[in-house]
Design a binder for this molecule. Structure first.
Ligand SMILES: Cc1ncc(COP(=O)(O)O)c(C=O)c1O
Length: 417
């Protein structure tokens, strides 16, 4: 089958059998069929190469098909891909031990699942059970996934409204405002769930001292602090865990995406001794997952942590991220389409001055061989979230391509207005 026929067939299958609206949206942005991927590049049906500056929304911290992760997963595949779940599973024990040694604070235990939303579900249940309280405080613009519990604490009306009534007891406060958070968290609050950098909310970094103030108040009223590092975790922001920089300790920490090394899906909910005791103390089966903690995913997680360390990826995220942000900030000027460039490490957001322009810029980027996407809860912001293995040369090319895409979009917008 030739390349164009393949593209038409797959788009047709999406239209007829997956999701017609999604097929239109992806078609508009100019996306074709992904046929292979390697390092920082994705290839389409024509063999055309794209620099992946979205990184699977944070999944591909190690790039695509990192050889060390592939090797370990292949070996695991040949010995024991999934465990019977009745015997002990070495890989799960080893990854839990490794995470406990690396995570900030007293996060001793890990419950493994298969995605970010599942890991959030576990966190919400654990917080409720550990405190025996009904209320959960979350942040406007925050994103925690689209399963019913996770959606209940996701701060965007558009996604919540059609499914109401959702989990009772959730309320929202503006992100970054400690006074509002302190007012909302009371003696009936099980936890506050919050990101260090709101990813889907439009790449907003927690202001200095925000999480410390929240932590202090949680301690005062006996509420738990749940930090969602599904997107910021595993080196993305220049630290293995973004929480470390905030100098706070979470009672529950949530990981997913990059922990699987871009090869396996995985979710992880970490918690303290105190939390685990109250959740699993009377019934170790109170929360379970058939596939969670499977040997393939855990082996991938262990290899991922090795690669992040041996390739110095946290430092790389900091230096290359800083370079890209400094560069793109030259686009911000009075009258420019670009209003602000912000972020931490290689989680970068470019905010546009007007609505709907992001999609045009994305189409221009794709035309030039670069992939980026807007943030789910804030379509005015394009996120630049490449693999942490991105080279300086690739980063320079990405910045130049971004300038060109913005310039062409500006020309287009001014011709239309
Ligand atoms: C901070 C955060 N939490 C949770 C999720 C949900 O993860 P998943 O899509 O794997 O369910 C996401 C996904 O983007 C996320 O960014």
């Amino acid at each position: 089958m030739d390349a164009e026929a393949l593209r038409e067939r797959v788009i047709g299958q999406y239209s007829d059998y997956v999701n017609p609206g999604l097929a239109r949206l992806m078609g508009f942005a100019g996306f074709g069929v992904e046929t292979r991927a390697e390092g920082c590049h994705i290839y389409d049906q024509d063999g055309r190469k794209y620099l992946d500056c979205l990184g699977g929304y944070g999944v591909f911290a190690l790039g695509h098909r990192h050889p060390k992760v592939i090797e370990v997963v292949k070996k695991q595949l040949d010995t024991m891909p999934l465990s019977g779940k009745t015997f002990f599973n070495q890989a799960q024990g080893a990854l839990a031990e490794r995470l406990a040694s690396l995570a900030p604070g007293d996060l001793t235990y890990t419950f493994f699942s298969n995605s970010g939303a599942e890991a959030v579900e576990a966190a919400l249940k654990f917080a409720k059970m550990a405190t025996r309280r009904p209320k959960i405080v979350a942040t406007e613009g925050g994103y925690h996934g689209k399963t019913l519990g996770a959606l209940s604490v996701t701060g965007r009306e558009k996604y919540r409204k059609p499914f109401e009534p959702l989990m009772p007891g959730a309320s929202f406060v503006p992100f970054g405002d400690p006074v509002e958070a302190v007012t909302a968290i009371d003696g009936q609050t099980a936890c506050m769930i919050v990101e260090v950098v709101q990813g889907e909310g439009g790449v907003h970094v927690a202001p200095p001292g925000y999480l410390k103030a929240v932590r202090k108040h949680c301690d005062a009223v006996g509420a738990l602090l749940v930090i969602d590092e599904v997107q910021t975790g595993m080196g993305r922001t220049g630290d293995l865990f973004a929480t470390t920089r905030e100098e706070v300790n979470a009672d529950i920490l949530i990981l997913a995406k990059a922990l699987g090394g871009g090869v396996m899906p995985i979710g992880a909910t970490m918690g303290t001794h105190e939390v685990w005791d109250k959740v699993f103390g009377d019934n170790p089966l109170i929360h379970t997952s058939t596939f969670g903690g499977n040997p393939l995913a855990c082996a991938a997680g262990l290899a991922t942590l090795d690669v992040i360390e041996s390739e110095g990826l946290t430092d790389k995220a900091r230096t290359i991220g800083g370079f890209i942000m400094d560069n793109l900030r030259s686009l911000v000027s009075p009258g420019s389409l670009v209003k602000e460039v912000r972020g931490r490490g290689l989680l970068i957001g470019v905010e546009f001055a007007i609505d709907d322009v992001g999609e045009l810029v994305i189409a221009q980027l794709v035309k030039r061989g670069m992939i980026a996407a807007y943030t789910l809860n804030n379509p005015r912001v394009i996120r630049i979230e490449p693999p942490l293995v991105i080279s300086k040369e690739q980063a320079v090319w990405a910045c130049e391509t971004f300038y060109e895409a913005v310039a062409e979009t500006e020309a287009l917008v001014s011709a239309l207005t």
